[in-house]
Every structure is written in C-alpha cells, then in structure tokens.
Design a protein around this ligand. Structure first.
Ligand SMILES: Cc1cc2nc3c(=O)[nH]c(=O)nc-3n(C[C@H](O)[C@H](O)[C@H](O)COP(=O)(O)O)c2cc1C
Length: 406
C-alpha cells in the first residue's frame, strides 16, 4: 500500500523522498532582469530542506512575453540559466529535487506590457481569437487580453524556443521538466476548439523529449479548467482529453499532473482561484472529479507514468487516494506557501496552518500588499519564519508570513 511519506522513484531515476510535490507557483520575485533572486532561492530551499519530495519551480517564460507578471522568470539565455543554477544547486544541497516548468502565455498577453512594447515582439497564438476577460494590474486604464494576436505561421519557431529553453534548464541542472499545458496559455490554446481553429502539427512535447528523454518529462493538464477563458463543454472535454492522454501515454512520460480546477470540490482555500458556477452547456456532472474519467487512462497495472493530482486536495484525501491505488503523487501548492514546514507537520501529525490572508495574497511587488494576520496581531512587511513546535495548540498558533519569506 503506497504511503504519502514513503520514498519513490520518478521516471527512470529521480529519487523522491516522499510522494508530496510542491506545485509550481509564480511568486513575482524575479526583480533582477527576470532572473531568480535570493528570495526565489530561499523560498524553494526552505521547502526542500523541510523534506518536500519534489518541487516544480514557478512557470518560466521561454521567450519575450506580455503576460501579466512583469517579474516572472524567463529562460532564454545563458545568464538566465546561470541564475537558475543557483536555485537548483541549493535545493540539491538539502536533498531536494526540482523540475523546470516552461511557459508560453499564448493569447493571454497584452502587447502594452513592457517586454513586448519595447521589443515589438508579437503576441503569438494558434488562431486569431482573443481571450475574453483579463485585467492587468499594471495596465489599469486598458482592458484585458489583447486582440492584437499574430497567428503562429511556422510552429517550428515556437517549438525551437521551447527546445532552447529546456536545454538551458538542463545546463541549470534541473532534474526534469513539467510542461505547463493548462490555464489558458499557449499549449492549452491548442487544446480548446474555441481558441484553436487550425489543424496542423505542433510538437512541443516531442522537442522537449528529444532534449531530456521522456522519463524526465511530465505535463500538467486541467481538462475542467475555467481560468482565462478556457471552459469547454463536458462532451468536448471528454473527447479531447481521452484522445490527448492516450497520445501522452504513448510517449512514456514520467508523470501526468491532473488538475481539477473548475470542479466544485465543496471547499475553497481562498478566492485566489475560486471556481465560478459553470454556465449552461458547460456544466459538469454533480461533484465531478476528473480522476473518474481520466485516472485509469494514466494509472493502470504496468503503467510507467505516475499520476499526480492537484488542486484543493487535503492530506487525508491524498492519503486515501494513494492507499486505494488511485494516484501516485499529490501536489500541494498554496498550503506550501503558509506551511514551509508542511512535510514536518505531516510527519508529526500537526494540522496544516490555514491561509489567514485570503485571496489578497498576490505575492509580489505590487501595490496591494496585504496586511498580515498572525495570532490576532496585524503586521505589515517582513516576519521571520518560526519553526514548527510541538505539541500544537492550534494550527494557527505558529508561523509565518511575509511577502519575502513565504
Ligand atoms: C500564487 C500562485 C501562483 C501559481 N503559479 C503557477 C505557475 O506558475 N504554474 C502552474 O502550473 N501553476 C501555478 N499555480 C497553480 C498551482 O500550481 C496549483 O495548481 C493550484 O494552486 C492548485 O493547488 P492548491 O489547491 O494545492 O493550491 C499557481 C498558484 C498560485 C496560488
């Protein structure tokens, strides 16, 4: 019977200390030329030191972009790679494993964001279909995502950018790759009929496999997604993802990370990604859980791909799914922010701390820095991490938080 805290081998030799993965989280801290800073190193290393089995680094852009995160990392030259090498080196020193997550935002961009405005580089997407909605913190006067889209003429150019970026990730000594294919960004644009009206070949995943080998590569998908104008009908979802997952399985990947964003899971940690009721024609079956339709396409006897799940899982739920053989790995994302000692807590049976800052946790040098509530006091700015102590009077009695330390 698989257990959360037991060690396991991912792919062909990525030795994980346990089955708990820290999900990829953009923290807007790359304030030095879009390279990781000391804050990125500390954030990842703290979690690795406490024993996180696997860490997926924040989504990292493979090229110039006009996404909403001006302080997101990029990876397209040696300088970027050298800066990331400092992160991976520190994570490795404390026994952690860390994956690189290549990201192209596709149609979720605005050409008025500085990198695009200054360079004149285009917003590339599969088809010239603007995404509805969006609002850019730093473009207050303007509407959201651009309608100034350049339809990708020769997909090999973008595929080449992915190949280059993941090669740099290799020289930065990441342990593998998680391809970002959810959230309404480029790869996801190709997966929805309303954002992709073309029918040619693309091949990003195969290019990544050429560089890394399939057993060091995984992919993060979210069939039920409702973020960034991605919602599709249940019928389209089932047909597309059944086909897509079967294609993925032919590639002998290390893992598939299945997100359930867009599903009503009966609880919400905060309103950062709160799923709204789905409109007519896009409803899901009551209490829908994507594992029902897609779990056995990935996890079956002799399958070599691990099934990782994410979004709003609790420790109890993950433990139960593991013990029943339904999953191999679980991701916690937001809980790792306010529980840098998440693994210690699970080991000691200490309840996880909850988010006392609501959806205002924007994590970055933006104006809406939030007041931080700790044990009834309001503090502004930096607060030092305090280690877990036992026994626990209540999960909120410890910790944490500051824009730089969490
Ligand atoms: C602040 C923040 C930033 C995120 N950035 C990314 C990202 O860069 N790439 C990605 O694939 N998912 C990103 N996510 C989604 C998380 O990886 C995860 O899928 C989601 O938060 C659900 O897991 P949770 O309920 O355990 O938080 C982000 C989530 C948060 C809260």
């Amino acid at each position: 019977m698989a257990e959360l805290l037991e060690s396991v081998i991912l792919g062909d030799g990525i030795q994980l200390r346990n089955r708990i993965c820290m999900g990829s989280m953009m923290r807007n801290r790359c304030t030095d030329g879009n390279k990781p800073t000391h804050a990125n190193i500390k954030h990842h290393t703290d979690r690795a030191r406490d024993g996180a089995g696997l860490i997926v680094a924040e989504g990292t852009f493979i090229s110039l972009n006009g996404a909403e995160w001006p302080h997101a990392p990029v990876m397209y030259n040696q300088d970027h790679s050298d800066a990331w090498a400092e992160v991976t080196s520190e994570v490795h020193k404390v026994g952690g494993k860390i994956l690189f997550q290549p990201w192209h935002p596709g149609r979720i961009q605005n050409d008025n964001m500085p990198m695009l405005k200054e360079s004149g580089y285009s917003v590339y997407a599969p088809s010239k279909v603007p995404a509805k909605g969006g609002k850019y913190r730093t473009l207050e006067e303007l509407p959201g995502h651009t309608d100034n889209i350049t339809e990708i003429d020769d997909p090999r150019v973008i595929v080449g950018q992915y190949r280059h970026s993941v090669s740099l990730a290799k020289s930065a000594r990441f342990d593998g790759i998680e391809l970002l294919a959810h959230g309404g960004y480029l790869i996801h644009n190709f997966l929805c009929s309303h954002s992709n009206t073309r029918s040619d070949q693309y091949g990003v995943l195969d290019a990544i496999i050429e560089v890394w080998g399939s057993r060091a590569v995984g992919i993060k998908i979210c069939p039920t997604d409702d973020y960034n104008d991605t919602m599709i009908s249940y019928e389209e979802m089932k047909e597309t993802y059944t086909y897509f997952i079967k294609e993925l399985m032919c590639r002998d990947l290390a893992f598939i990370n299945l997100s359930r964003r867009g599903c009503d899971v009966g609880r919400e940690t905060d309103d950062y990604f709160r799923s709204r009721p789905r409109p007519q024609g896009k409803e899901l079956p009551p209490k829908y859980e994507p594992l029902t339709d897609f779990g056995t396409l990935i996890k079956y006897p002799k399958s070599r791909a691990m099934l990782m799940v994410n979004r709003e899982y609790t420790v109890e739920e993950a433990r139960d799914l593991l013990q029943r053989g339904k999953i191999n790995l679980v991701t916690f994302a937001r809980p790792f922010i306010y529980n840098p000692d998440l693994i210690s807590r699970i080991k000691k049976g200490v309840p996880l701390a909850s988010n006392t800052r609501g959806g205002k946790v924007k994590y970055g040098p933006f104006e809406d820095r939030t007041r931080i509530t700790i044990i009834g006091r309001h503090l502004e700015g930096r607060v030092r991490l305090s280690p877990v102590r036992q026994p626990a009077p209540s999960s909120r009695s410890y910790l944490i938080s500051s824009d730089n330390n969490i």
